[in-house]
Ligand binder design. Structure first.
Ligand code: NDP
Length: 256
């Protein structure tokens, strides 16, 4: 454990050297910032997302700034299936022979409307992208994670995944489901080398936040880069021994 596991945390520059980390939704927003931060700290990053041009741009930045070996995996998680996840497993095994972490970050907001009015098709899509895909991908990659001497799986939650609110619909329910997945998986892996935690980034300046709060001034919000200490801490070796916990930047910053 580092001296202080809080906002004063300073990750070593080679924190993730030799590690392979999968980031979903790596082309934009928080996922993009995390992929870049992980590569800048030495990780080979598997960049998974649905818009190939955005992933290629992240790939180019990593290639130009680091000596790590990223790969791009274009995949729409709306179509996540056992077969597709098995192909991903074989691709990672072939390319790197290991996997040391997953940041489940990809997410869909969906309609902001009441349960009574919520379109069923949207509900099913959001639950599939936000929850089912995270389960399907994690399940398929477990054999690789189990071979790692120190693996970390981080699921991205939300404030409304810890206390539901009107008109947050499938998004809120999907995040509650992820919190449950964290509890179950953390309990199942407690004696091994895999730790599993949830991370709620809180209000952050991204396209999703602007869609949810169109009248808000984005300039008043923290950027994805502001949160990267916590994202590095949880995916890297300094969080060894911490599992089944819920994190967010506000509690990480401490009570002052
Ligand atoms: P963005 O919308 O900016 O980025 C989301 C990323 O997920 C994009 O790269 C997007 O791809 C990808 N994605 C969406 N749907 C799919 C799909 N079907 N298949 C593959 N990739 C997909 O959101 P944020 O960066 O704000 O959010 C990241 C995570 O943080 C989410 O899980 C969100 O719920 C959570 N969060 C965010 C908060 C905030 O204030 N920003 C607050 C609390 C939680 P593409 O670029 O192609 O659209």
């Amino acid at each position: 454990m580092p001296e202080r596991a809080d906002a004063s945390y300073k990750p070593r520059v080679d924190l993730l050297a030799g590690r392979v980390i999968l980031v979903t939704g790596a082309g934009d927003g928080i996922g993009r910032a995390a992929a870049l931060a992980y590569a800048r700290h030495g990780a080979d990053v598997v960049l998974l997302g649905r818009t190939e041009s955005k992933l290629e741009a992240v790939f180019d930045t990593i290639e130009s700034e680091t000596r790590t070996r990223p790969v791009v995996v274009p995949a729409d998680l709306q179509h996540a299936s056992e077969d597709a996840a098995t192909i991903l497993y074989h691709a990672i095994r072939r390319e790197y022979g290991r996997l040391d972490g997953i940041l489940h970050n990809a997410g869909l907001l969906g309609p902001r409307t009441s349960i009574a009015e919520y379109p069923v098709a949207d509900w099913l899509e959001i639950m599939h992208v936000n929850v089912n895909a995270a389960f399907i991908v994690t399940r398929a990659l477990m054999p690789l994670l189990e071979e790692s001497p120190d693996a970390s799986v981080v699921f991205t939650s939300s404030g409304v995944g810890r206390r539901g609110r009107a008109a947050w619909g499938a998004y809120a329910v999907s995040k509650f489901a992820l919190e449950g997945l964290v509890d179950v998986l953390a309990d199942e892996t407690r004696t091994g080398c895999i730790r599993v935690n949830s991370l709620n980034p809180g209000a952050t300046r991204t396209a999703m936040r602007s869609a949810a709060y169109p009248d808000e001034d984005p300039g008043a919000l923290p950027t994805p880069e502001d949160h990267m200490g916590l994202y590095l801490f949880l995916i890297g070796p300094d969080s060894q021994g911490i599992t089944g916990e819920r994190f967010d930047p506000a509690s990480w910053a401490g009570p002052n």
